[in-house]
Design a protein around this ligand. Structure first.
Ligand code: PLP
Length: 233
């Protein structure tokens, strides 16, 4: 049995330690509990332990949990998002971390404008260039952000997101996070209208401390809080 409260407290401590190592303020780092495949009662335990941000990667699962828990926890769409699933989550999410193509921006913008919302989004970048990973190449990011800024006014770009290669060496992982931070600063310096490059969503169970040392403002942690996922339920 996982002790969710204990796990969250332990991760908070590790977040604080990592922040301290590089002279950052812990309050600038948000822990997102990744609740995919996790039962509702476990999510409730996390809420009781003070975890107020949840990440899901399947829109229907997010919607189903939202129906029970509502705004007791803020919902983040963190996984690749099919255009035809945007409708399930548009009125429920506080942020979409996986904006990676114009077709998706168009759909988010259309649905958001219907309900009079501006949706905070992060652009997902495939820094490592792994074929299996979603996300834009480094070169595509700036023109894409300019396009969104000009054309899709119900989307607010708030920063970037990436996933490090799964089985890479620590140095390699660090490089990926460092590159994302650099890219974010480059774009920030361009002062593109209606773009606010404040968030860097990077780091998971195996690498969140490196991510924090390299500037993450949001870490997405599942396994270290809820234990190993069971996808067969
Ligand atoms: C599943 C998932 C996570 C969490 O992974 P853990 O290794 O369990 O911490 C983080 N980000 C995304 C996009 C995910 O799909």
């Amino acid at each position: 049995m996982e002790n969710i409260r204990e796990n969250i407290e332990n991760i908070r401590k590790r977040i604080a330690d990592a922040a301290q190592r590089v002279g950052r303020d812990t309050d600038d780092i948000k822990l997102i509990s990744v609740t995919k495949t996790v039962d509702i009662d476990k999510v409730e335990e996390a809420i009781e332990a003070g975890s107020l941000d949840a990440g899901e990667n399947k829109p229907q699962e997010l919607a189903r949990k939202y129906d029970v828990l509502g705004n007791k926890i803020r919902w983040h769409q963190i996984g690749s998002l099919q255009t035809n699933k945007v409708k399930y989550i548009i009125d429920k999410v506080c942020m979409i971390h996986s904006l990676d193509r114009e077709g998706l921006a168009e759909e988010i913008d259309k649905r958001a404008s219907k309900i009079n919302r501006v949706i905070d989004c992060l652009v997902q970048v495939n820094i490592s260039g792994e074929e299996s990973k979603h996300g834009m190449t480094r070169e595509e990011v700036e023109p894409f952000i300019r396009l969104v800024s000009e054309k899709y006014h119900n989307i607010k770009i708030k920063g970037l997101m990436t996933m490090a290669p799964f089985d890479a060496e620590r140095d390699e992982i660090r490089k990926v996070f460092r590159n994302l931070k650099e890219l974010s600063e480059e774009i920030n310096n361009m002062n593109i209208e209606n773009v606010d490059m404040t968030e860097l969503s990077m780091g998971m169970t195996n690498d969140f401390e490196i991510a924090i040392e390299e500037g993450a403002t949001m870490v997405r942690v599942g396994t270290a809080i809820f234990g190993k996922r069971n996808y067969n339920k």
